[in-house]
Design a protein around this ligand. Structure first.
Ligand code: GDP
Length: 737
């Protein structure tokens, strides 16, 4: 490890050429933690201030290190390559796809990624999902084939077979690069082992080799194979000294990952929607330390000693203490209380941090992961980084209550902090019952939340059984319905229709959003989703559950004055639909005509809201309404002998088997899709169907209509749970006479 003074590091940080921002991408269990630990142990930066203290607390204690890597949003490493010093920021990129929003945000922080692949298992779905996203964000991939020892110790493969296996894995990754990288990067980014873009080794033993290093060090891959084949302990110790993993990986990073200035020149046009031919655009593309501050927050973490720490990347300008910055999404100005850099996993206070670097900033506690923080001078002209994407959604909900009633305030506070740290955790209070409801992306996600409540905040809670969140939608285009305000002075004529899949995707991925330029949005919708340009131009609102409001009227008096109230009425209606008071999804709401009273006193929210909501609900209920349920993808690995029993567990739960592929030995991998509603107790059933030999992972897949035969039954159950009359309303109930 490297003891360096803060000044020495700042000197390096002032020169983007000596900075690299990278992440590690891996399928669960392929070795991300072990790799990170070994890099931290061998190359982690340490400030002289901490060096003494750390020695005293036995820094190398494995468990402790594990906790640090889990907790640190960023780890900085020091590496010298060809006589020149570099600081490498290793940003935490979660591999678990339950937390996809987090993956996307952290990909924005990094310019290169080390893809870790278990040599035995090869490329798995999570590797593929995250690698695809990385390539879409122009993050350059490099490969580390890990657990080479397993090929020998467990599979007893011959040297030729091992090399063949490497070639296969490289080919698999290159196929993905071929498929998902844009043409201008493909050629340069395809992995060429001869140049050193692929490392082989064992994270557990902290050894690694690339082709150029092999030549430089005079160690061949056959030497490594021989050491493992013979179980040669001394030989292994010698290899650990000769070919340490950090050298192989960090050489690769310095050589092939672009520095922040090079990277921002081609990444900004891709990851930022603003106009690049402006002063702000140019400053970001050149990582100009003298430009206006643009700081993208990737991670918010609660530190009991310091408060909320916002970790992110400085894309332009220089952040310093006392600076006033504007948070675009939260619309507030906050003052920087402290600026820090990471030294290893720890924060060290500094005066200023220039563009291209990762910064840890105190004082921005109104910020959330995904926030764009800027110089106050550009607050009105800056386009924020893409809005959060909604790929994973909170679909499972439960009520929580402290075991000790006196803990209630503490629980509320802890949940608030955790939902700030984890934007995919949604905390709500049920006004009627006073219950606290937490929603997460799956049963597993909520289990983790409960564990953290206990471990971090010492809170024990009682919970209700988890319930599934549904969405409401309509499957046909409706005729036009009339809605009258209670005072009969205002009338709205509204029709609805389902949005097409392509539109839903564009909104979900943030390519189309409410706050973008009208004409740009209309062009995208016309070109990519088959919209009529004129209609697309007339979009008034897009809500967070992917519903669109369009104004097709012309020349209506006073319409402009009530526009905001109409939009608010639309948003409220979409929040609780007519079928079961679940959120509406995927609806196009079209205002066709309107009559509005001239006197503002007669057209307030209490008049406008119901007049907008009622025709929407009547239209939905008359256009084949249905519920959408969350489906999850599940990937299960097990010995072939259990194919029958496992298949029947899946099909019994309305699951669909997508494919079964052979992996290695007699192990097969099944990919299936099934409703989240059917997944309670799935773990136990899979275990008993496979005598405990199955391993699996799940991730959110998509929303799909519930089977028609089950619709009414589910609707009644949800309504009863919410204290509504069990039968859903008929359209007539929303038609005013
Ligand atoms: P993560 O889920 O990707 O963070 O994976 P971990 O780093 O926690 O590793 C998963 C398991 O694989 C752990 O039991 C590690 O000890 C083991 N492991 C990691 N690297 C190696 C390796 O090089 N060889 C072998 N045999 N096991 C390894």
């Amino acid at each position: 490890r490297f003891v360096k003074s803060v000044d020495q590091i700042l000197k390096i940080m002032n020169n983007p050429e000596q900075i690299r921002n990278v992440g590690i991408i891996a399928h669960v269990d392929h070795g991300k933690t072990t790799t990170t630990d070994s890099l931290l142990a061998a190359a982690g930066l340490i400030s002289p201030r901490l060096a003494g203290q750390l020695l005293a607390m036995d820094f190398l204690d494995i468990e402790q290190k594990r906790q640090m890597t889990v907790k640190a949003a960023n780890i900085s490493l020091y590496h010298e390559f060809e006589g020149k010093p570099y600081v490498i920021n290793l940003v935490d990129t979660p591999g678990h796809v339950d937390f996809t929003g987090k993956v996307t945000r952290s990909l924005r922080m990094i310019d290169g990624a080390i893809v870790v692949v278990d040599a035995v298992e090869g490329v798995m779905t999570q590797t593929e999902t995250v690698l695809r996203q990385a390539l879409e964000e122009r993050v350059r991939p490099l490969l580390f084939i890990n657990k080479v020892d397993r090929l020998i110790k467990e599979l007893r493969m011959s040297p030729d077979d091992i090399k063949q296996r490497f070639i296969e894995i490289i080919k698999e990754v290159n196929n993905l690069i071929e498929t998902y990288a844009e043409p201008e990067f493909k050629k340069k980014w395809l992995l060429d082992p001869a140049q050193g873009m692929v490392a082989f080794g064992s994270a557990k033993d902290a050894i690694g080799l690339t082709v150029p290093l092999s030549r430089k060090k005079g160690v061949k891959i056959d030497d490594l194979i021989e050491v493992y084949t013979k179980g040669d302990k001394e030989g292994l110790e010698e290899l650990k000294k000769k070919i340490p993993l950090h050298e192989a990986l960090l050489d690769m990073v310095v050589k092939f990952v672009p520095n922040p200035r090079e990277a921002q020149a081609y990444r900004i046009p891709k990851i930022w929607r603003g106009e690049i031919n402006t002063d702000i655009g140019k400053a970001m593309m050149s990582a100009d330390p003298d430009g206006p501050v643009v700081f993208f927050v990737c991670d918010m973490r609660w530190d009991p000693h310091a408060g909320f720490v916002a970790t992110g990347r400085v894309f332009s300008g220089t952040i310093y203490n006392g600076q006033e910055l504007y948070l675009i999404n939260s619309r507030v100005v906050q003052r920087v209380l402290q600026v820090g850099i990471y030294m290893g996993p720890y924060r060290e206070v500094v005066d200023r941090i220039p563009a291209g670097n990762v910064a840890a900033v105190l004082g921005l506690d109104q910020s959330r992961a995904g926030e764009t923080v800027v110089d106050v001078r550009i607050k009105d002209v800056m386009t924020p980084f893409e809005r959060m994407r909604y790929i994973s959604e909170p679909v499972v909900t439960m009520a929580v209550e402290p075991k000790k009633t006196t803990d209630l305030t503490k629980l509320i506070d802890a949940l608030k902090k955790m939902s700030i740290e984890d934007p995919n955790l949604v905390v709500k209070i049920n006004e009627e019952t006073g219950e606290y409801l937490i929603s997460g992306m799956g049963h597993l996600h909520l289990e983790i939340v409960l564990t953290l409540l206990k471990e971090r905040f010492g809170l024990e809670v009682d919970t209700t059984p988890p319930t599934i969140v549904y969405r409401e939608t309509a499957r046909e285009k409706s005729k036009i319905f009339e809605g009258k305000s209670p005072n009969k002075h205002n009338r709205f004529y509204i029709s609805i229709e389902p949005l097409n899949e392509e539109t839903i995707r564009l909104i979900q991925e943030g390519i189309v959003s409410e706050d973008m330029d009208t004409h740009k949005r209309a062009r995208i919708l016309r070109d990519q989703a088959g919209w009529d340009y004129d209609e697309a131009r007339r979009i008034w609102a897009i809500d967070e559950n992917i519903n669109v409001f369009i104004d097709m009227t012309s020349g209506i008096q006073y319409l402009r004055e009530v526009r905001d109230t109409i939009i608010q009425g639309f948003r409220l209606a979409m929040r609780e639909g007519p079928l079961a008071a679940e959120p509406v999804r995927g609806l196009k709401v079209i205002l066709q005509d309107a009559v509005i009273h001239e006197d503002p006193a007669h057209r307030g929210p209490a008049q406008i809201y119901p007049a907008v909501r009622n025709p929407i609900f009547a239209a939905m209920l008359s256009s084949r309404p249905t519920l959408l349920e969350p489906l999850q993808k599940i990937e299960i690995k097990f010995p072939m002998d259990y194919l029958g029993p496992i298949s029947s567990v899946i099909t019994k739960r309305r699951g669909r088997i997508i494919n079964v592929t052979h992996m290695i030995g007699n192990i097969v991998k099944m990919l299936a899709e099934m409703p989240v509603a059917e997944s309670a107790d799935l773990a136990n059933e899979l275990r008993s169907a496979s005598a405990g030999k199955a391993f699996w992972g799940t991730e959110f897949s998509r929303w799909a209509p519930v089977p028609d035969s089950m619709l009414l039954d589910i609707v009644r159950k949800i309504r009863q749970r919410k204290g509504l009359k069990p039968e859903p309303p008929s359209p007539d109930e929303f038609i005013s006479l």
